[in-house]
Design a protein. Structure first.
Lengths: 247, 492
């Protein structure tokens, strides 16, 4: 994208990551939350009845696998909600807006800074989960698990897209919210709608296929890109500084 | 004939756990120990030497080679490096540090505050052209030596910016050349928020190198004007050219690249260090060689040795200095300083004044909004008084002359019996008024020429004259006169 100065985007990302690292609560939450979300799928896999036929067993494994997608969906929402409202609350937004940074660069930089640790944590947990299943689950369950190709594809493909959705929604709320706490509450709620589709898959209303996984991913990608454009438009310097829209 | 040189080593202590004395190693020999917060002077022969500071067997600074000149003082500052935020336990950090970073546990850096050069003469310190013309040079040892004409800190003046201290005591600076190119031109600029008018029909020019004061009471529209000129807010009507670029939404990025704004609150990231804050903004401005610019900006506000400190641990005055350093980073065409001393105690405010005065001496164009009239009077070449509309603009002396007639203040031991008759008999007196018992303000065309005649008249009338002098009106008088006019005008 021509209008993005990568140096400015990098500066925002670097600063945000530094800021997270200095805040112990953020680091601890980022480490603990994925582990909490890992407990249910692990338990589900290890108590899965190995006596069931392959098809029935496979259906029992869809929900635990897709449950892991809550990690990239829930984890970034509070951080995303902090991006603008937090800057405003700590008085750093105005100095930032006086620099040559464009709204698109600010949005992309902030979003990337939330997306990077979220994806690292998510994929690490996914990897650990797959390794645990391969090494420790009953061989019958493990075989059935690794035959869930479309679901596993959805897990890896949808994670960044769901995460981006949660981030964009969180940032949109953050731009308009009067305070950080309100933004964080609303953002957590607003990040859930895409999860409904996953639940429909899990309860068998939709049937997981490779085509469905790819279609859902494509739709989510388009929604994410449109939402990113929309949020850039919402990022009005005058409104952010004075609370009033430019006339 | 050679004169002994001196190495001054300063230890900047941070934590209570850093109380153990450190060894000072000069040319491989332990020569002294250095406690927390101590300063020591070591005499050395002129020539090349190497210095290291050691906290223990494995925890030391890198060896710093330097060259000591005849009679010079070379300064070094040392401090332990900040603890990495990931490392929770200091003992773990110490262990890791001892294994891997034993040569960099202590930061040992040249200390500009403690560099002296006897070749600098008194005359060079008072040459105004030298103060803005010289640049600091760096010798082979990495020790910064002052450029010709730039004074360095005298010991015992900590807290006053070293690189700007050349301006103290404050010297009058010739006013900017009236023919200088304007860097800011504002024509009938107006901003309304719905039915509320923030400022209306404001027009003025700021010349290159000028310090322009923008005064006004709270809510007069000063900050909104700055935000508008800084492209944060769109004007409702009117036009402006900022740093040579027309003020339009399309030019926002280009204008912001050329100006810098320090809002009332510096707005620093408190969990980041001073250097990291500046690094972030250097990145946003897309600066080449950001480290050099950061070092220069920090040196300009005398915070070179605080680069590694977390901003959350700094006092309000120091944070304001970091904010100023941030505005200097991009070498802006115009610096907008919005109430830079707001909320600061007198000492911190004085420091900020000194910094602004130093920038003024360097020829930086500054747009300073304030409601502190003493500040404007001290620092500004010209001032404008805003109270939604622009009430007046000009040099403080000219404004006083415009608003107040020249007058003498006469004080007598007892009130005059018939002042009306007395002053009416003196042809130089245009009018007079009773200020209070025995004190009169006598309006005259030229106070210097009229004073002897008025004195003779008073003595001739048998008055006991205590004092007679020219009436002095401050900028505050001008301000109050104009603002009170507005208050009067608004009364039903």
């Amino acid at each position: 994208m021509k209008w993005l100065d990568t140096n400015r985007v990098r500066a925002v990302v670097r600063k945000e990551l530094r800021d997270y690292r200095r805040k112990r609560a953020i680091v601890v939450t980022m480490a603990v939350l994925p582990i909490l979300f890992l407990i249910e799928p692990v338990v589900a896999i290890f108590v899965a009845p190995s006596t069931l036929s392959g098809g029935s067993l496979g259906k029992n494994l869809v929900l635990p696998i897709l449950y892991l997608l809550l990690i990239p969906t829930v984890m970034p929402s509070t951080l995303a909600a902090y991006t603008v409202a937090g800057e405003r609350e700590q008085g750093t937004l105005e100095p930032l807006l006086t620099t040559p940074i464009r709204q698109e660069e600010f949005i992309v930089g902030k979003a990337a800074a939330v997306l990077i640790p979220t994806m690292v944590a998510s994929y690490v947990v996914f990897g650990l989960f797959l390794a645990a299943v391969a090494l420790f689950a009953h061989p019958v369950v493990a075989t059935a698990f690794f035959h869930q190709g479309p679901v596993l594809l959805a897990l890896f493909l949808l994670a960044p897209l769901l995460s981006t959705w949660a981030i964009v929604v969180g940032m949109a709320i953050s731009v308009r919210a009067s305070e950080v706490r309100v933004a964080q509450q609303l953002a957590t709620l607003a990040s859930f709608p895409p999860v409904v589709v996953i639940l429909l898959l899990a309860v068998g209303v939709l049937h997981p296929t490779f085509a469905l996984a790819l279609e859902f991913a494509a739709v989510l990608l388009v929604i994410d890109l449109v939402a990113l454009r929309l949020i850039s438009g919402m990022f009005d310097r005058e409104r952010l500084v004075t609370g009033a829209k430019a006339v | 004939m050679t004169t002994t040189a001196t190495v001054r080593v300063t230890r900047a202590g941070r934590g209570r756990s850093e109380g153990r004395p450190w060894e000072v190693v000069l040319d491989g020999t332990v020569v002294d120990s250095l406690g927390n917060g101590e300063v020591i002077d070591l005499p050395v022969e002129p020539g090349k030497h190497a210095l290291r500071v050691r906290a223990g067997k494995n925890l030391a600074s890198p060896e710093r080679p330097f060259e000591a000149g005849d009679g010079r003082t070379v300064g070094f500052s040392c401090r332990s490096r900040p603890q990495h935020p990931f490392i929770v336990q200091r003992s773990v950090f110490l262990l890791i540090a001892s294994l891997f970073t034993h040569q960099s546990w202590i930061a040992l850096t040249p200390d500009e505050d403690n560099v002296t050069d006897p070749s600098l003469t008194d005359s060079s310190l008072t040459d105004p052209s030298a103060a803005s013309g010289g640049t600091a040079g760096t010798d082979t040892a990495g020790v910064t030596a002052p450029a010709p004409g730039v004074a360095t800190a005298a010991p015992g003046t900590l807290g006053t910016p070293a690189s700007l201290r050349s301006s103290l005591p404050r010297r009058p600076r010739p006013p900017p050349d009236p023919g200088a190119e304007p860097v800011l031109t504002v024509n009938s600029l107006t901003k309304r928020f719905g039915r509320r008018t923030a400022f209306s029909e404001v027009s003025f020019e700021v010349l290159r190198g000028e310090v322009f004061g923008f005064l006004g009471p709270n809510g007069a529209g000063k900050t909104t004007t700055v935000r508008t000129l800084g492209t944060l807010i769109a004007p409702t009507s009117g036009s402006a050219t900022v740093a040579g670029i027309p003020l339009t939404p399309e030019n926002g990025v280009e204008i912001r690249q050329r100006v810098s704004i320090m809002p009332e609150a510096p707005g620093l990231y408190l969990r980041l260090t001073v250097a990291e804050n500046l690094e972030y903004f250097a990145g946003l401005y897309g600066l080449h060689h950001p480290q050099t610019r950061i070092t220069d900006a920090l040196d300009a506000v005398n915070l070179g040795d605080r680069a590694g400190d977390l901003c959350g641990g700094l006092s309000k005055g120091l944070r304001q200095r970091v904010g100023l350093a941030r505005t200097l980073l991009s070498d802006p065409t115009i610096m907008f300083l919005d109430e830079p001393t707001s909320g600061l105690d007198p000492v911190a405010a004085r420091e900020v004044h000194d910094l602004v005065d130093g920038l003024r001496q360097r020829g930086v164009t500054i747009f300073l909004t304030t409601h502190r009239l003493d500040e404007a009077e001290k620092l500004c070449d010209r001032v404008a008084i805003l109270n939604t509309t622009l009430r007046t603009i000009g040099r403080p002396a000219d404004l006083r002359a415009q608003l107040f007639k020249s007058a003498l203040i006469v004080e007598t031991l007892k009130p005059l019996v018939d002042p009306d008759a007395l002053f009416a008999s003196l042809p130089v007196v245009e009018s007079w008024r009773d200020v209070h018992d025995g004190t009169y303000e006598v309006v005259v065309a030229d106070p210097r020429l009229a004073a002897p005649e008025v004195t003779r008249g008073l003595v001739g009338a048998g008055a006991d004259v205590v004092s007679i002098g020219e009436a002095q009106h401050s900028l505050e008088d001008v301000y109050l006169e104009l603002v009170n006019e507005d208050v009067e005008a608004q009364r039903p």
